[in-house]
Design a protein around this ligand. Structure first.
Ligand code: NAP
Length: 253
C-alpha cells in the first residue's frame, strides 16, 4: 500500500507482459509495491518475478502466452477477469529487437519485430480497452523507446515498431481519454537487460552510449518503476497520450 493515496494501487489488477525479466519485471515489482495485484504474462516461466513479489501481500497470477501472434490476446484479458476480477492497468512491455544493416534486413526479421512489438500491442490494448471502456476506467502503459523519437542504426523494424507505438499511444488516448481510459507510454533510455546485451558487449558502442547519457550510467529495471506507478495511478488521471522518457537525460543532450 502506497503511503500517498494519489499513487495507491490497492485493489487494482495490473496485467504486465514480458514480466519474467528486465523492464517488465521491474514494472511488475513497482506496481505490486504500490498495492496492485499483478498478472504476469509471457512465454517464459515467471519464477524469479514471483519470488520477488513475495512479501507484498498482493495476488499474483501467471499466464503463459506467446505474444508473437494475436491468438492468445483476448484470452489473456478474459483469464485476468475470471481469475482476479478485472483489468485496471495494462502494461504492454513485451518486445524484441533484431539487428542488421538496413540493406540486409530480412522480411522474416521485419515481420517478427512488428508482430510482437506493434501488432500484438495494439490488439491486446483493444481487448483490454473493450473491458476498460465498459467500466469507464483504465490505464494503459505502452513501453516505447528512444527509437520512438530517433532513428538509430541497424534496427529498422524496431525503430518502425517503436515509432508506431508512440503514434498508437496518441491515437488511443484521443479516442479513449474522455471515456475514462488513460493511454500513455514510457520511453526507456539505455537499460541493462537482455535486449541490450549485444550493445554492452561491444566496447566501442558501450563507451559511446555511456558518454552521451547525462546521468553517467545505464538504467536499471528498478529505475522505470516510478514512472509506471505514476501512469497507473490516479496521479495521472489528466495525463493522456504522452511518451515519457526515462533515459537519464539522453534526449536532453
Ligand atoms: P528483455 O529482457 O529482452 O525483455 C523482453 C521481454 O519481452 C521478455 O520478458 C521476453 O520474454 C518478452 N517477449 C519477447 N517476445 C515475446 C513473445 N513472443 N511472447 C511473450 N513475451 C515475449 O528486454 P527489456 O529491455 O526488458 O525489454 C522490455 C521492453 O522494453 C521491450 O519492449 C523493449 O523494446 C523495451 N525497451 C528496452 C530498452 C533497453 O534499453 N533495455 C530501451 C527501450 C525500450 P522472454 O524472456 O521469454 O524472451
Amino acid at each position: 500500500m502506497s503511503a500517498n493515496p494519489l499513487f495507491d494501487l490497492t485493489g487494482k489488477v495490473a496485467v504486465v507482459t514480458g514480466a519474467n525479466t528486465g523492464i517488465g519485471q521491474g514494472i511488475a515489482i513497482a506496481l505490486a509495491g504500490a498495492g496492485a495485484d499483478v498478472v504476469l504474462v509471457g512465454r517464459s516461466a515467471m519464477d524469479d518475478t514471483r519470488s520477488q513479489l513475495q512479501g507484498f501481500g498482493t495476488r499474483v497470477h501467471e499466464i503463459r502466452a506467446d505474444l508473437s501472434s494475436t491468438a492468445p490476446l483476448a484470452g489473456i484479458v478474459d483469464e485476468a477477469v475470471s481469475k482476479l476480477g478485472g483489468v485496471d492497468i495494462l502494461v504492454n512491455n513485451a518486445g524484441i529487437i533484431r539487428r542488421a544493416d538496413a540493406v540486409d534486413y530480412t522480411e522474416a526479421d521485419w515481420d517478427a519485430v512488428i508482430d510482437t512489438n506493434l501488432k500484438s500491442l495494439f490488439f491486446l490494448s483493444q481487448a483490454a480497452g473493450r473491458h476498460m471502456l465498459a467500466k469507464g476506467a483504465g490505464k494503459i502503459i505502452n513501453i516505447a523507446s528512444l527509437l520512438s523519437f530517433q532513428g538509430g542504426i541497424r534496427i529498422p523494424a524496431y525503430t518502425a515498431s517503436k515509432s508506431g507505438v508512440a503514434g498508437l499511444t496518441r491515437l488511443l488516448a484521443c479516442e479513449w481519454a474522455a471515456k475514462g481510459v488513460n493511454v500513455n507510454a514510457i520511453a526507456p533510455g539505455y537499460f541493462v537487460t537482455n535486449n541490450t546485451e549485444a550493445l554492452r558487449a561491444d566496447a566501442d558502442r558501450n563507451a559511446a552510449i555511456l558518454g552521451r547519457i547525462p546521468a553517467g550510467r545505464w538504467g536499471k529495471p528498478g529505475d522505470i518503476g516510478g514512472a509506471a506507478v505514476f501512469l497507473a495511478s490516479q496521479a495521472s488521471d489528466y495525463v493522456d497520450g504522452v511518451v515519457l522518457p526515462v533515459d537519464g537525460g539522453w534526449l536532453a543532450r
